[in-house]
Design a protein around this ligand. Structure first.
Ligand code: SAH
Length: 221
């Protein structure tokens, strides 16, 4: 791809409306809302329907994956309590939208994707945008030992358990936001995990969500 991905006045107007919708759904972190207002979501979708991109909905992005719903992106970003300059590890690059929202908040984002096609497609899009995100093809269960430790970790796929390798890559007082598979029903429960000074984990839960599954190993596709 050679074209520079364009933003438009129409898209900017629709983003303002999306921000107000997220505010009315309980998102209060102004840094998160400013980032949603800044990142052009339409460039991450296959379809060029700008109107669809700014509805509060998830969409298919190819390879059987989805771009998370804006409310979910905002909710996870708010729970993450990101501050400027923090090192953030994301598991599940997908479209790259969540990674750009965190980068727009001033985070240094490292993001891992396991699907080869999606990894290359998203890398191409990210290279045309002004957000600094480092992407990696790999298995998120392993994290990125070379770049650890991290201030924050965000998992954007449904996790069967808390990956031990990721806990080891958290700084003291680091926060991990993880949608954890629910044993009693479909979908996931959003957890915020803080790593305390003695290494133990403090957990708080924040309601039900639905994600594609977090799978082991690098995909063949
Ligand atoms: N954050 C994305 C949404 C991701 S959907 C966005 O903003 O668009 C979840 C993604 O996690 C999918 O692309 C899926 O391929 C990826 N994934 C699943 N298991 C993974 C793993 N073990 N390591 C890395 N990525 C994984």
């Amino acid at each position: 791809m050679t074209t520079i991905l364009e933003d438009t006045y129409r898209a900017k107007g629709l983003r303002k409306l999306l921000v107000e919708q997220l505010r009315s759904k309980g998102i209060t972190d102004e840094a998160v809302l400013a980032a949603i207002n800044e990142v052009p979501r339409h460039v991450f979708l296959d379809s060029s329907f700008v109107e669809l991109a700014y509805q509060d909905q998830a969409f298919p992005i190819g390879s059987g994956q989805t771009i998370s719903q804006p409310h979910t992106v905002a909710f996870q970003s708010q729970l993450l309590q990101v501050e400027k300059g923090m090192k953030v590890l994301e598991i599940g690059t997908g479209s790259g939208y969540q990674a750009c929202v965190l980068a727009a908040m001033g985070a240094k984002v490292f993001s891992i994707e396991r699907q080869r096609n999606l990894y290359f497609k998203t890398k191409d899009i990210l290279e045309q945008l002004p957000f600094r995100v480092k992407t990696f093809l790999g298995d998120g269960f392993e994290g990125l030992p070379t770049y650890a430790p991290f201030d924050r970790i965000i998992i954007t796929a449904g996790a069967p358990s808390i990956p031990e390798a990721l806990v080891a890559q958290m700084k003291t007082n680091a926060i991990m936001v993880i949608p954890m598979d629910n044993p009693d029903s479909e979908g996931q429960t959003m957890l915020r995990i803080t790593k305390l000074e003695d290494g133990t984990l403090k957990k708080a839960s924040f309601g039900g969500f639905r994600f594609v599954p977090m799978l082991k190993d690098i995909g063949k596709d």
